[in-house]
Design a protein around this ligand. Structure first.
Ligand code: SF4
Length: 331
């Protein structure tokens, strides 16, 4: 086990629902009590269908969304209640890379100004010449050239724009990068280039990533460990190799059954889930997955499952791994 960089404890992010009725408070529970740790130098993947709360969780960690409750501890510092002013030095440690590189880059700013901005805000340069050198070095790091500095975002392809977004994130020399679906808007061939770049940067700069994605192949490629999310909660957390080889939660099993395997002779039975992900406003009682779970038992409808460690560091939230219920089923 390495050194912990980030600890998230029981994070909840709820949004009040407008017009819920007189005197009644109702909430959309986007993130509903999530706990996990990320070690220095690792890539922690967060995967799940759209609407499961994974992006909100990522934004909650760097306080682009204010958590309703829970704790965020970064490098030993509890940043949960920090104001915007207190967060300023923290933003140097944690940076985000967003899904849509075009929307996240100001179209009126040149690439030079986009990358220089965080260096200026955090006063990370000595003089003009130093600022210019730093911006050009960053461009080079992400595989772009000096002459790109004077161009504008619309003059670049999607992959190049994502490189600019990555250069901007790297400018403040962060420890942790939260990448929210960073390649999902790109063509498959370009996805591989950006993922390779992120891998190289991680090694060269000793970075830690939280990598949020809906695409299981992408998460498998880049992650060391991962958490599978469903309707605001993790359902399975563990080493990538363990989860991909031996998924234990029925939801993970269904998700992985849909991923094509490279070996055409290998047979994998496709598990089809019925219905779509329920609303986080009125989630199902008990295990939130029970309305779609092919292995649902009576107890699943009323009791939320606890966390069970099925292997070293491999956790599953499912009654199937409760010894008492297992014995009842066997008996
Ligand atoms: Fe399925 Fe029950 Fe396990 Fe939930 S707790 S995943 S409903 S078996």
């Amino acid at each position: 086990m390495g050194e912990t960089l980030l600890k998230v404890e029981d994070m909840k992010i709820y949004y009040p629902v407008a017009g819920a009725g007189f005197g009644k408070k109702e909430y959309v529970k986007a993130v509903d009590g999530v706990s996990f740790e990320v070690q220095k130098g690792e890539v922690f993947g967060i995967v799940g269908e759209s609407g499961c709360g994974k992006s909100t969780l990522g934004r909650g960690i760097c306080k682009l969304e204010q958590p309703t409750s829970g704790k965020v501890i970064l490098d030993g510092e509890d940043i949960t209640g920090y104001s915007n002013k207190q967060m300023r030095p923290i933003r140097k440690k944690v940076q985000m890379v967003f899904q849509d590189p075009y929307a996240s880059l100001n179209p009126r700013m040149s690439v030079f100004d986009i990358i220089a901005e965080p260096l200026i805000v955090h006063k990370l340069y000595k003089d003009k010449a130093d600022l210019e050198k730093k911006v050009l070095d960053l461009l080079k790091r992400v595989g772009l050239d000096d002459y790109h500095a004077n161009r504008y975002p619309h003059e670049f392809s999607g992959g190049q724009r994502q490189r600019i977004g990555i250069a901007r994130a790297l400018a403040v020399e962060p420890q942790l990068i939260i990448a929210d679906e960073p390649v999902s808007a790109l063509d498959v061939s370009i996805q591989a280039q950006v993922l390779n770049l992120m891998n190289e940067l991680k090694k060269d700069l000793n970075l830690t990533y939280i990598f949020v994605a809906h695409d299981l192949s992408v998460v498998e490629y880049i992650s060391d460990r991962l958490g599978v999310m469903y309707l605001g909660n993790f359902v399975e957390v563990g080493d990538k190799s363990k989860i991909y080889k031996n998924p234990m939660h029925p939801y993970t099993q269904a998700l992985l059954s849909a991923v094509p395997v490279p070996d055409p002779t290998a047979k994998r039975e496709r598990i089809l889930l019925e219905g779509s992900i329920p609303s986080a406003h009125k989630p199902p009682t008990g295990c939130k997955f029970h309305t779609r779970c092919p292995k649902c038992m009576e107890c699943c409808k009323t009791q939320a499952p606890e966390r069970y460690e099925v292997d070293d560091g491999h956790y599953v939230y499912c009654h199937l791994y409760d010894d008492k219920i297992k014995k009842q089923k066997e008996g």
